[in-house]
Design a binder for this molecule. Structure first.
Ligand code: PMP
Length: 441
């Protein structure tokens, strides 16, 4: 039975696993936004594998392409040799890249995860510039391997791991709600840019010119914080002026999630590199870096890896791009995101435990506050993290999968597939609202 299966796996799997601790069911099937456990219970999946499943669970076009590929006799693994599947995938990828960038872009296929591609990007720019350090941001999340973890802002994830590479300097991200450095509103972004500029140009700051700046246009794990578009433009202007390559981590926010193919496009900027994973493989493991060929300094073999360029993931990824185009999912993410945002604003008005709602497209966060608790030195409310965790558990028990993130884990994160319906959005928010009614102190 399901309990025995759950226990069998729990006893054998690493205690580092996360989702399984809260979502204590045996999930068997999936269809669109819904997944079903072995007892046939339905859950709305508003996590969608941390935003991976742009086209939802088991989209028929993706499934059909993968099936036909497996039946075709084409090779499944050939290291990085050229194949028709790679050709097709690259055609689709270059179609969706910003036009002026695609003309001078190169791709490095990486291992299966976002962290692999982050590591590759940092290594590329360290090689190309001969510089050592990297600039990342407070609250940033870039992965769990040593190099990627070094760029991750939250100490909680890394304080027990000594001496990570590389040398990283953290700069303030423009988080205006409960801004940790004492400013709020539009001042936050301006002050952040001013600070970064001073730190990078003042020889007394102790910061050497970095190999690159790595940034998320919308922080995901950090608590769904969309950077103001002016801030992104300011960061691009500054890095241009100082000749520092700008790397956009679009692992979570990319591929239509925020209502444009890439989140940075809304600021009208062009990065020197884009890091992609999650949705790029259509539900299969794939990651890559697309970068300006000016920086293509690697010799053959400089960045190898057996499974870079998984053929099935390329087939599924190309199918995912086709579905996004055919079903107009980028525009749909905007329209449905507006609907979700309006519903969330209503929720915020009705529930005092909701401090802030924010997002772009179909990437939203609900930052909870706990008025019964004193704020910590940085203005955050630790009790709100408990409320968010309890609310996540309540949601799961009532058929909705959501995740938490941000400072003290106080932000409930909503990342439904881009194929989600407005009826499903309303259903999900009714569960969240009922949970707030029952739990909020
Ligand atoms: N960058 C961002 C913005 C992410 O959200 C994540 C994963 N949540 C990563 C990098 C790391 O990806 P992975 O978990 O596949 O290593």
């Amino acid at each position: 039975d399901a309990d025995a299966v759950y226990e069998f796996v729990r006893e054998r799997e690493s205690s580092a696993r996360t989702y399984a601790n809260t979502f204590d069911a045996v999930i068997e099937r999936g269809n669109g936004t819904a997944v079903f456990d072995t007892a046939g219970r339905r859950y709305l999946d508003f996590l969608s594998c941390a935003g991976t499943l742009a086209t939802g669970h088991n989209h028929p076009v993706v499934i059909d392409r993968v099936k036909r590929f497996l039946d075709s006799g084409h090779v499944m693994q050939v290291l990085d040799i050229t194949t028709p599947a790679k050709h097709r995938f690259l055609e689709r990828l270059f179609d969706v890249l910003p036009r002026s960038f695609s003309g001078r872009a190169r791709v490095q296929f990486c291992g299966p995860t976002g962290a692999d591609a982050i590591e590759a990007a940092v290594k590329l720019f360290k090689t190309a510039t001969g510089r050592h350090s990297v600039i990342a941001f407070h609250g940033a999340y870039h992965g769990m391997t040593a190099g990627a973890l070094a760029l991750t802002g939250s100490l909680g994830a890394k304080e027990k791991v000594a001496a990570l590479m590389p040398e990283v300097h953290f700069m303030p991200y423009p988080y205006s709600y409960r801004c940790p450095f004492g400013l709020g509103g539009t001042q936050t972004a301006t002050a952040s840019l001013h600070y970064i500029e001073r730190m990078l140009s003042d020889p007394e700051s102790g910061i050497r010119k970095p190999a690159c700046v790595v940034v998320e246009a919308v922080q995901g794990e950090g608590g769904v914080i969309p950077a103001p578009l002016d801030w992104l433009r300011g960061l691009r202007a500054l890095t241009h002026r100082l000749d520092i390559p700008l790397v956009l981590d679009e692992v979570q926010a990319g591929i239509g999630r925020t209502g444009s193919m890439f989140a940075f496009e809304q600021a009208g900027i062009e990065p020197d590199a884009i890091v992609l994973s999650k949705a790029i493989g259509g539900g299969f493991p794939l990651s890559l870096v697309v970068y300006d060929d000016r920086y293509d300094v690697w010799q053959p073999g400089a960045h190898a890896g057996t499974f870079r360029g998984n053929q099935i993931a390329m087939v599924a990824g190309a199918a995912c791009f086709d579905v996004i185009e055919q079903e107009g999912l980028v525009e749909a993410a905007r329209a449905k995101g507006d609907h979700l945002g309006e519903r969330l604003s209503e929720l915020a008005k009705r529930h005092t435990a909701v401090g802030d709602v924010r997002g772009r497209g179909l990437m939203w966060g609900i930052e909870l506050v706990d008025a019964t608790q004193a704020a910590d030195a940085l203005g955050a409310l630790p009790g709100a993290g408990r409320l968010a965790r309890d609310l996540k558990r309540y949601c799961f028990a009532h058929g909705l999968i959501v995740e938490t993130g941000g400072r003290h884990g106080a932000v409930l994160r909503l990342l439904p597939p881009l194929t989600v319906t407005t009826a499903e959005i309303d259903e999900a928010l009714a569960i969240v609202a009922a949970g707030l009614d029952e739990l909020a102190y």
